[in-house]
Design a protein around this ligand. Structure first.
Ligand SMILES: C[C@@]1(CC(=O)O)c2cc3[nH]c(cc4nc(cc5[nH]c(cc(n2)[C@H]1CCC(=O)O)[C@@](C)(CC(=O)O)[C@@H]5CCC(=O)O)C(CC(=O)O)=C4CCC(=O)O)c(CCC(=O)O)c3CC(=O)O
Ligand SMILES: NC(=O)C1=CN([C@@H]2O[C@H](COP(=O)(O)OP(=O)(O)OC[C@H]3O[C@@H](n4cnc5c(N)ncnc54)[C@H](O)[C@@H]3O)[C@@H](O)[C@H]2O)C=CC1
Length: 188
């Protein structure tokens, strides 16, 4: 049973720290910015890949720090993603986060994660997050591609129309809900 509880987090309003500036750091920073381009993210590592420098240039709210991890990097942080090539460092960051009640993801160590990243399907304002409970990230990626292919671009128009109708509807909560259920019945 997949007991993970999915939520959609407003990273724009939170402070994120990524520890590690290699392939994993790049992958996670890319995932964050693809969803939340203006999120304030600090990435710390003694060596930072050129692609990460490129990304940081395109996203004003990203700060790169060339340094080895120290616990004070956690000051003021809400969420941490760690993926260095030093397992001891990863474990230390995780322990420091737990002590401060900061949510932490250790990229290649599921048991140490408070949350997992998901595969994300996007069609305009519609966003679908996929989890395989850590069983197969590759399946999640492929299934994302299938759904992306399947969903029509006109979905955004549908959502915009429904927003307009939703704003115009009068009556009590139940009446509005009944009307919206009726209108969207065609989607089934
Ligand atoms: C548990 C989790 C924790 C977390 O990282 O958050 C985790 C863990 C691990 N990933 C590993 C490997 C790979 N991960 C990917 C890709 C993605 N991994 C992502 C999430 C997650 N990965 C979380 C669970 C998500 C779920 O429930 O499905 C995605 C969805 C989101 C993202 O990372 O942004 C993103 C796809 C995004 C997209 O394209 O849609 C690929 C494929 C590729 O890169 O093409 C490979 C190689 C092939 C393979 O192994 O499948 C390994 C083995 C490491 C090793 O062998 O050393 C572990 C550790 C382990 O399993 O023990
Ligand atoms: N590359 C991949 O797609 C995957 C990698 N992994 C594992 O994840 C780990 C990281 O992989 P990569 O990013 O590819 O490694 P990498 O060698 O490209 O990068 C490692 C990064 O960690 C940083 N680092 C090392 N010590 C640090 C410290 N004390 N504080 C802050 N940063 C520090 C380095 O400066 C570098 O930026 C490896 O152990 C690898 O086995 C697991 C799954 C997939």
């Amino acid at each position: 049973m997949n007991t993970l509880f999915p939520i959609f987090v407003k990273l724009d309003q939170l402070q994120t720290l990524i520890v590690g500036g290699g392939y994993v750091g790049l992958e996670k920073l890319t995932a964050v910015l693809a969803n939340s381009p203006d999120a304030p993210v600090t990435l710390v590592a003694p060596e930072i890949r050129a692609e990460i420098h490129e990304l940081a240039k395109q996203h004003q709210a990203v700060t790169l720090v060339v340094a080895t991890y120290r616990p004070d990097f956690l000051d003021g942080k809400d969420i941490v993603i760690v993926g260095t090539n030093d397992k001891e460092v990863n474990r230390q960051v995780q322990a420091d986060c737990k002590a401060r009640k900061i949510l932490v993801n250790v990229a290649d160590t599921p048991p140490l994660c408070d949350f997992y990243l998901s595969s994300v399907v996007k069609k305009g304002d519609l966003k679908i997050a996929i989890s395989t409970n850590g069983k197969s990230p590759t399946f999640a990626k492929r299934f994302r591609e299938v759904l992306e292919e399947m969903l029509p671009d006109s979905l955004q128009e549908t959502l915009d129309n429904l927003t307009a109708i939703r704003k115009q509807l009068t009556g009590d909560f139940q009446a509005k809900m009944d009307r919206l259920n009726e209108i969207t019945n065609v989607l089934k």
